[in-house]
Design a protein around this ligand. Structure first.
Ligand code: ATP
Ligand code: MG
Length: 438
């Protein structure tokens, strides 16, 4: 069975692990009212349907109760933890992404102000800071007041594997009841191992993920935070390449964007900036001959050509690499440099000028835009509600506009890709005018 398959997903795949009974009244009553009169609390029977396509729904069930559905995000009237006794901790891991500081700020403020949490600790430099014995910082509302205006993460980040047992020892030493992990697929796998280790030792520690992936490759959720900021910034580089290309004689603009396995940034930035002639993504193979012929034709027809390539595209055209980063992720070949060389060689019979732009780090490091700032805040609030309820080994996200709690196991079983037969890619083809296959 493929866990990405809507038809195959079951109730069990969607169950959230709980630390225990919820018996503590929420302190949010001043904000949200008491149980009887408030519609804001999520009850046991609330569910968010996995699919909203009537045809699929009709095919698989006779009763609506049989439809697979997510545990909804949001506040519970009864909590597992007594917030006044809680020590929470935050860690950020993996690559940079716009919005990390917004998530940290919103977690701290929501934990301290809304729930009246005792302490919030920040472990530095990703999982490394949980393993190396260094002291965490105490995160206060004062300390995080202005951080949402800055890119990066005030906690720092790292790659590289750490021992879950050592990290749990650290959490126990600092009396941490709930750990918020902000990171990508690798980070979430690490979080699941932490939750498993805590469970093995019978420790009631909630581990809740806020998924961070600039590539938007986490499955089942609408999008990940920072993604919109990233493609908005990426589109500026495409526009610059377009201006350069259309101002030269046979000008060629080549822009390399992020997207190791998923071409969402390249696809969306293409739709924002327009003026792109060829968008190359990992999900859709292309040949060098096809691309060269296409560029040649564009130069003849309109005097310039703009090519956008996601970093994971065309890897089959490059020498295979076995190098890995400290977390064990395979290092990709540099398709941008490769295409620059290949275009230069392949068009050497023409007069042309080529401008190559690689805005990678400039995109990762910017502050979140308005949309992502809202999303980060709401994700952090959903994560806090979930942890207080005693949910663990899960992550938050939005699906069709509703906040959900999702088992990490499901989130890491597959990844999100641009569907070459889906309507997003169709929109890209309609916008660029590039052929279905190059
Ligand atoms: P990015 O979006 O930048 O790739 P990521 O979270 O996937 O983010 P990684 O560097 O792959 O980034 O992983 C971050 C942290 O999670 C590292 O400390 C890494 O050791 C840990 N990690 C990665 N994969 C696993 C795994 N399978 N089990 C446990 N920990 C893992
Ligand atoms: Mg990753």
């Amino acid at each position: 069975m493929q866990l990405s398959d809507l038809q195959a997903i079951t109730h069990e795949d969607l169950l959230i692990t709980r630390l225990g009974q919820r018996t503590v009244d929420t302190p949010l009553q001043d904000l949200l009212g008491n149980r009887q009169e408030s519609v804001h609390y999520v009850t046991e029977t609330d569910r968010v349907l996995v699919d909203d396509t009537l045809g699929i729904a009709k095919n698989r069930v006779t009763h609506t109760a049989d439809l697979p559905a997510f545990n909804p995000g949001g506040p519970r009237a009864k909590l597992f933890f007594d917030p006044s006794e809680v020590t929470a901790a935050i860690v950020t891991c993996g690559g940079l992404c716009p919005g990390l500081n917004n998530v940290i700020r919103a977690l701290v403020l929501h934990l301290k102000h809304a729930y009246g949490c005792r302490d919030v600790l920040g472990f530095k430099n990703g999982y490394q800071g949980l393993a190396d014995g260094s002291d965490p910082v105490r995160l206060t509302p004062d300390l995080v007041r202005d951080i949402h205006n800055r890119g990066g993460t005030i906690l720092g980040t790292s790659r590289g594997n750490q021992d879950p047992a050592t990290m749990i020892d650290t959490l126990v030493r600092h009396k941490v009841d709930m750990l918020f992990v902000v990171g990508g697929d690798g980070t979430l796998r690490g979080a699941a191992r932490l939750a498993a280790e805590a469970n093995r030792r019978g420790l009631p520690i909630a581990v809740v993920g806020v998924p961070k992936t600039i590539d938007n490759d986490i499955p089942w959720i609408d999008h990940s935070f920072g993604f919109q900021t990233a493609y908005a910034r990426a589109a500026e580089s495409i526009t610059a390449a377009h201006v350069e290309a259309s101002s030269g004689v046979n000008g060629i603009g080549l822009v390399k964007l992020m997207g190791r396995h998923s071409g969402f940034i390249a696809a969306h930035a293409t739709l924002v900036a327009q003026g792109v002639d060829f968008t190359l993504i990992p999900e859709v193979p292309f040949t060098l001959d096809g691309l060269l012929a296409g560029v040649r034709k564009k130069l003849a027809d309109q005097g310039h050509a703009v090519v956008v390539v996601a970093e994971g595209a065309g890897q089959n055209l490059l020498p295979a690499s076995t190098a890995t980063d400290p977390s064990g992720n395979r290092k990709l070949g540099d398709v941008g440099a490769f295409l620059r060389g290949a275009l230069t060689d392949g068009l050497s019979d023409l007069p042309f000028s080529l401008r190559y732009i690689d805005p990678g780090y400039a995109i990762r490091s910017v502050p979140a835009n308005a949309f992502d700032a809202v999303y980060c805040t709401r994700l952090a609030q959903a994560a806090t509600h979930a942890a207080m309820a005693g949910f663990t080994s899960m992550m938050v996200g939005s699906r069709r506009g509703r906040f959900i709690n999702m088992p990490i196991k499901l989130a890491t079983a597959t990844s999100n890709h641009v569907d070459p037969y889906g309507d997003l890619w169709m929109a890209v083809l309609e916008t660029t005018g590039q052929p279905l296959t190059l």
